[in-house]
Write a protein that binds this ligand. Sequence first.
Ligand code: NI
Length: 255
Amino acid sequence: MLFDTHAHLNADQFEEDVADVIRRAQVEGVSNIVVVGFDEKTIKGALRLAEEYDFIYAAVGWHPVDAIDMKDEHIAWLEELASHPKVVALGEMGLDYYWDKSPKDIQKEVFRRQIQLAKKVKLPIIIHNRDAHEDIVKILKEENASEVGGIMHCFAGSYEIAKQCIDMNFYISFGGPVTFKNAKRPKEVVKNLPLDRLLIETDCPYLAPHPYRGKRNEPSYVKLVAETIAEIKEMTYEEVVEITNQNAKKLFAIK
Ligand code: NI
């Protein structure tokens, strides 16, 4: 009953063997996967997989790194896709101050437009945040994103930031990095986080958990994230799996 809330099975790295990867995930007990699209190609890939597999859903959005490439017609397209029965969220969207392909002001504008769209179509949002904690929180507040809520994906911030996001109706999702030996901060955040706000993900093919660090990640490894969280929270693995599964289903409105 594992729920991988953020996977890029639509990435080139899975082109050769996506069916095997999905089968392996099922064998390991992964019952739901949200495949996230963030540009034209990956959005189409996410929809293809969601249409092919019952237990795969799609999120569609525009990545901040590529904000500079987003045109008005893309926003119209996202609005159209929002009514697709397998589209459960908008995103990933957000701010990325690590890469400098798109200027900050354009990233902010594209982020705001997608939040506004999410409120219009009433879908939760998936947030990508790299080195931009303060501006993310500021924009979520100013745009009243709490109306739709969503996920802080692969969260790497402090507990204070996490708390501000929870107060705005967001869930906090953890992936491979929480399993790394030197991951002091994410472990500390997990420890303090209320259970009803916790989610798990892989962000595959990136950020594979220990002991696969540096290798290609895949949804079956989300089990390792759940195991680490169970250790930190001093709960059973089954409890973590059950609670994170329920949280994800509630957020994405999946029966
Ligand atoms: Ni991602």
